[in-house]
Design a protein around this ligand. Structure first.
Ligand code: NAD
Length: 251
């Protein structure tokens, strides 16, 4: 477990779910990790729970100021930055005709604008350093249509192209940019949708060739790989981690 020794990573939205699993896996691989939540106390409590090598910063990464605060906090606490995981995301599940303008804006601001602001703030540091890796968390909704998720899916589709453009721009500067597209993962985001009746968990299991949801740790394994030197010639790629969801074409 030494694939990230000496590296410093910042993981947005990492007080729970996939971000928390990525922070945990990065620490286990020897990285130092800046965890983030909108709420400072939550971020700091998460860092304490994760233990040595973790620090926390409260910042709303849907704003340029919040994104900059995350990158600056990593440098202040650990002296450098090597990996940014733009993980923070939200979802509002409702019919497109019922979407309020502020709901559309809120989802796009977090899931698309915020990823760009974080990537940009990190990119400036990584390009000056001449090395580093940026990872965005996309989704199977980047590729396939899921009704009632118009803002979420539009943002997630945008991340696939953002990843390619930034990768093409930054490759010569030694910075790799990739994305991960998870299928359904057993996190609070999904549990909340199941509890509200917006997601039928049994149907998700039936629709997934592997017959289950992902464990957040399985997404974290992909983030370790993409952040490490094992992925040294991989850039502009969106790695699908979905138990076969997108491959499946039958009824
Ligand atoms: N769970 C899934 O099935 C699934 C599937 C595909 C993609 N994803 C994506 O993975 C990422 C993580 O999802 P999750 O399931 O762990 O969700 P989650 O809701 O459990 O965790 C997301 C975290 O991001 C934080 N966050 C939201 N907006 C923020 C902001 N503006 N600033 C800082 N933090 C913010 C939340 O507070 C939360 O801690 C999201 O981008 C999501 O879209 C999830």
């Amino acid at each position: 477990m030494t694939r990230l020794v000496g590296r410093v990573a910042a993981v947005t939205g990492s007080s729970r779910g996939i971000g928390h699993a990525i922070a945990t896996a990065y620490l286990a691989e020897g990285a130092r990790v800046l965890v983030n939540s909108r709420d400072a106390a939550t971020a700091e409590a998460t860092a304490r729970e994760l233990g040595e090598g973790a620090a926390g910063v409260g910042a709303d990464v849907s704003t340029p100021e919040g994104a900059l605060a995350v990158v600056e906090a990593a440098r202040e606490r650990f002296g450098r930055l090597d990996i940014l995981v733009a993980n923070a995301g939200i979802n509002i599940v409702k019919n497109a005709v019922d979407y309020k303008p502020e709901e559309w804006r809120q989802v796009l601001a977090t899931n698309l604008d915020g990823v760009f602001y974080c990537a940009q703030a990190a990119g400036r540091v990584l390009l000056e350093q001449g090395s580093g890796s940026v990872i965005a968390i996309a989704s199977v909704t980047s590729f396939n249509a899921f009704p009632q998720r118009v803002a979420y899916a539009t943002a997630k589709a945008g991340l696939v192209m953002m990843t390619k453009v930034l990768a093409a721009e930054w490759a010569s500067g030694g910075v790799r940019v990739n994305a991960i597209a998870p299928g359904y993962v057993g996190t609070e985001m999904v549990r909340e949708l199941v509890n509200k009746g917006r997601v039928d968990e049994a149907a998700v299991r039936r629709r997934t060739p592997m017959g289950r949801l992902a464990d957040p740790a399985e997404i974290a394994k992909a983030a370790v790989f993409l952040g490490s030197d094992e992925a040294s010639f991989i850039t502009g790629e969106t790695l699908v981690v979905d138990g076969g969801w997108l491959a499946y074409g039958w009824i």
